[in-house]
Write a protein that binds this ligand. Structure first.
Ligand code: ZN
Length: 152
């Protein structure tokens, strides 16, 4: 990795990283993220993202050097499973114990409510995991949203 060559952007995999003159930094031509480079270790680190991410240049492509925190990963998975499993159970169990009268007007409601709860909590769980693993389509969508609705 040198400052004179261009590299594929490790975030969007679409733009090219080009060295910024007079700075030890790269900028992507497409997603506009700024990276600082450690040339001796061949590592670039994104500087303008809320989540710290870094990649090492293998000679052909970028490899993520995210220091994955095993404890945090475990906590994220436990939370995720709890968020996805518990609320639907809390909704489902009473509906089984006190089933609606057959043919009554609201008999459809427990099932519809159960499906809505499952979908909502799957979404929350998916968001948690996407945020933790920095799932690429999610990161790109988040970046696009931030550009469309800039805070401030
Ligand atoms: Zn990019």
């Amino acid at each position: 990795m040198t400052f004179n060559d261009e590299y594929e952007c490790p975030i969007c995999r679409h733009g090219k990283l080009a060295g910024i003159t007079l700075m030890d930094a790269y900028a992507c031509s497409f997603c506009r993220h700024i990276f600082t480079a450690n040339l001796s270790e061949q590592i670039v680190r994104v500087e303008d993202s809320s989540t710290p991410m870094a990649w090492r240049w293998s000679g052909k492509r970028w490899r993520s050097v995210q220091s994955t925190n095993a404890d945090l990963t475990l906590v994220v998975w436990i939370c995720c499973i709890a968020v996805i499993v518990l609320p639907p159970v809390v909704v489902w169990v009473p509906a089984q114990i006190f089933p609606p009268l057959e043919g009554s007007k609201g008999a459809w409601f427990p099932n519809a409510w159960f499906v809505a709860i499952v979908v909502a909590h799957l979404t929350i769980g998916g968001w948690l995991l996407s945020e933790h693993y920095q799932w690429r389509p999610y990161v790109m969508l988040r970046d696009r949203m931030q550009r469309m609705f800039p805070e401030s």
